[in-house]
Design a protein around this ligand. Structure first.
Ligand code: NAD
Ligand code: DEZ
Length: 390
């Protein structure tokens, strides 16, 4: 059996080699030719599964994407051809939420505000949005949820309109799929009118899909904001319209910019790979299942002892010890600015940074020890492993 995998899928080569012959290729440039005689295809978001890719897929029975987003896969086409399809919903929700928290805490330090005083608007209350809400609950930070689809499905949480978010929220963060049809399309959900209705000083974060935000409208709004016209806005983008190409006029206007790595924790990638692996084993009727946690190394700083009840600066230190968005932002800007807009070198640099991504961890990789009254419960709710000491 031949199994074709994206080379940017940690742990996949070792796991899938147990089940067949593994061929590993860059996901973005896979072609129809690569699928000749291939039985199973394991991908990430950069491989478009469409008519063109499947044109020579004479043996394909299974496609697995180790990602939450599924917009790169024509699932109706796979169903038509009787090809089994599976994804990894929720695999990287923790990483994305920790990306948002890092961005807000660093911005708080730079702009002189406390996250605890802010109201956060979460657009899209699925896996990522709900996990972020859980983290904000742990910290006691106010938030409003917007998700008309969940509201219509009878989700018992309290949902708010976009207008309510725009009027009340200091931060708006998008966690929807990219959709162009239906009653609630998300393509350019954040457009000129959306931006004009934000509170002065608002922060916008997009770690969903690039085209959820109209990048040209955002650029105009940020340019106006910079020369003191319009309202003062701050924007953080992990995803871009037309990536791996990046608008070099937009880049300097962003507070933080990263190459679609918000969900790139080692845990998230291991979960994505094992979810697809486990599903493939079930599909084959093979009695094997792998726990993502069993694949993970110990974190570089696995244990921290608190000397007292944590406060905001301690929370900053603890969370940034795991993930500081400035690390990715700095490297990304250097890499992008060394290339020409629209060039193949820019696309290569974008993908290289993702392929060679560092071993980022989630809060759970650190055990925080302290006395019971040090506020360990909220840290546990935030995702840290905690150890109570008498
Ligand atoms: N940057 C990254 O690394 C990264 C990582 C994970 C996911 N993502 C992206 O984020 C998206 C969300 O991830 P998830 O795991 O939470 O997906 P999910 O499917 O669990 O949740 C998406 C939610 O968005 C809601 N939604 C759809 N259209 C909406 C609209 N118009 N307005 C408000 N809400 C709407 C859905 O009802 C659903 O509850 C993914 O589809 C993917 O595109 C990016
Ligand atoms: O949808 C997701 O899960 C993420 O956006 C995505 O997986 C990011 O990583 P990639 O698949 O592009 O490597």
């Amino acid at each position: 059996m031949k199994i074709l995998i994206d080379e940017n899928m940690p742990y996949a080569e070792a796991l899938f080699s147990d089940l067949g012959e593994v061929i590993s290729k860059p996901g973005r440039t896979m072609t129809a030719e690569d699928l000749v005689d291939v039985d199973a295809l394991m991908i990430r978001s950069v491989t478009k599964v469409n008519e063109a890719l499947l044109a020579k897929a004479n043996k394909l029975k299974f496609v697995g994407t180790a990602t939450a987003g599924q917009d790169h896969v024509n699932d109706a086409l796979l169903a038509d051809r009787g090809i089994f399809f599976t994804a990894a919903p929720g695999c990287n929700k923790v990483g994305v939420a920790e990306y948002v928290l890092s961005s807000l805490m660093v911005l708080g330090q730079q702009q002189g505000f406390s996250l605890f005083d802010k109201t956060v608007g979460i657009i899209g209350a699925g896996n990522v949005g709900s996990y972020l809400a859980k983290c904000l609950d742990a910290l006691g930070v106010r938030y409003l949820l917007n998700d008309p689809l969940k509201a219509e499905q009878g989700d018992p949480r309290s949902f708010h309109s976009i207008e309510e978010l725009q009027a009340q929220c200091d931060v708006i963060t998008t966690h929807t799929p990219i959709t162009r049809e239906g009653r609630y399309p998300t393509h350019h959900l954040v457009d000129e009118a959306f931006l004009a209705a934000l509170k002065p000083g608002a922060i916008l974060i997009n770690a969903a899909r690039g085209p959820v935000v109209d990048n040209q409208a955002l650029k105009r709004a940020l340019q106006a904001s910079q020369i003191g016209e319009g309202k003062h806005l701050t924007a953080v983008l992990d995803v871009f319209e037309h990536e791996p190409q990046v608008d070099l006029d937009l880049l300097p206007l962003l507070a933080f910019a990263t190459p679609h790595v918000a969900g790139y924790g080692l845990e998230g990638k291991a979960r994505g790979t094992t979810m697809v692996y486990n599903s493939f084993c079930e599909f084959l009727g093979v009695d094997k299942q792998v726990e993502a946690a069993s694949l993970l190394p110990t974190a570089p700083v696995p244990y921290v002892t608190l000397s007292g009840k944590w406060d905001e600066p301690t929370l900053f230190s603890l969370t940034q010890l795991v993930y500081d968005v400035r690390r990715d932002d700095g490297l990304f800007r250097r890499e992008m600015c060394a290339t020409q807009a629209g060039s193949p070198e820019m696309a290569s640099a974008f993908d290289r940074m993702r392929k060679n991504y560092w071993d980022r961890r989630e809060y759970s990789a650190i055990t925080v020890a302290g006395e019971p009254h040090f506020g360990l419960e909220s840290l546990a709710d935030l995702g840290f492993t905690v150890e109570e000491r008498p």
